[in-house]
Design a protein around this ligand. Sequence first.
Ligand code: UGA
Length: 433
Amino acid sequence: MKIAVIGTGYVGLVSGVCFSEIGNEVICVDNNPIKVEMLERGEVPIYEPGLDELIIKNKAAGRLSFTFDINSAVQNSDLVLLAVGTPAQPNGEADLRFIKQAAIDIAQAMNGSKIIATKSTVPVGTNELVSGLISSNSIHSFTVASIPEFLREGSAIYDTLNPNRIVIGSNDSETLQILRELHLPLTSNIITTDLRSAEMIKYASNAFLATKISFINEIANICERVGADVTRVAEGMGYDHRIGSSFLQAGIGYGGSCFPKDTNALIQIADNVDYNFKLLKSVVEVNKEQKYIVIRKLQAELGSLFQKKIAIWGLAFKPNTDDIRDAPAIEIIQELINQGAEIQAYDPVATQNFMNEVNNTSIIWCNSAIEAAEKSDAICLLTEWNEFSEVNLEYLGAIMNQRVIIDGRNLLDPTKMKDNLFNYHSIGRPNSI
Ligand code: UGA
């Protein structure tokens, strides 16, 4: 199939590359010429394992190209995928500016019948809005569809090529059939629905996963008080298939570009139809508070944090990504600085992005976990990068000013830490303060 993908952000770029990988002819459009030139040279603007090799491979095979010119891309395709950003407005509602503009641009470029499918996460009813904008700006026939994206950053290629399900929403049966055939090489587990249900499935899925995380974080907080171990509790719960073992890792809460934005957007969607989504509001509230546990644990160990040297291990919102959007590290570091602490921070790949976002000259940026820990009064582990569990503990203890570790992701082994004489605290495990 000939596909144009509008927007080369995370979703657009990965989808475009993967559709070319399974044999389609894909042209990816972005209105940022610098980004287009980079991609044309085979340089990838985001850190995503495996993405650069697939871009180079499919470009060489002539199935993948990048352009600034939306007109030629739309005119040379049968299917146009909308994958532009839907950032949050101050009230939490999704900002549809880019979607609306892209719909108008597509309509004005159309030279014949097309399918327009939205991959961006959009509020219920948005595809109908897109349909209205296209019909008032084009004389050509078209149908619309919603194909929500379920990929995770860090395993985006795997998730896209091995999806657990594909959801396709459209009110046109022929469109559903064409899009089903497009996705069949990826999985046979294809759910076809009406437009509005497909839009809702995406929000409901992310909100449910966020709920699991806030739930296990509250269980962890109770475990600390009753002397239970949340990792064993989660394991015991997870064997029940109705519960499942994933997304029950307690820690300092969820971040990233999706859960915080999508939970707030769903609360707003509900509010707009006079429904008070109490459960999801609590999920968001629990997540906001959870990160401050690190500060409380530090204070319990060190007393005042004024002029204490604190090593930060991990800045990204999760491992295997350089994405720091809504990362718990942002607020935790800000609060530590407010309390007069001196920060020595290290992340294997996210430091540059963090420096661009948090422009604080007092932070010392380090090139390794060990460098960050040097002469520190405590380490705060905020992202569970594997390399942090491989550090030589004897050496680590010797270079720190005080042997204090607050593990916000339950990455390290409490027994090993005790054997190496660390005052070690994690989330919801015994000996946690
Ligand atoms: C999430 C969803 O998992 C994807 O299915 C979805 O497509 C994507 O959002 C999206 O809407 O685009 P992502 O944001 O990449 O993917 O990251 P996740 O792996 O889901 O992690 C989100 C956050 O939850 C991270 O901060 C992670 O540390 C935290 N988390 C995850 C926990 O604290 N505990 C867990 O058990 C799992």
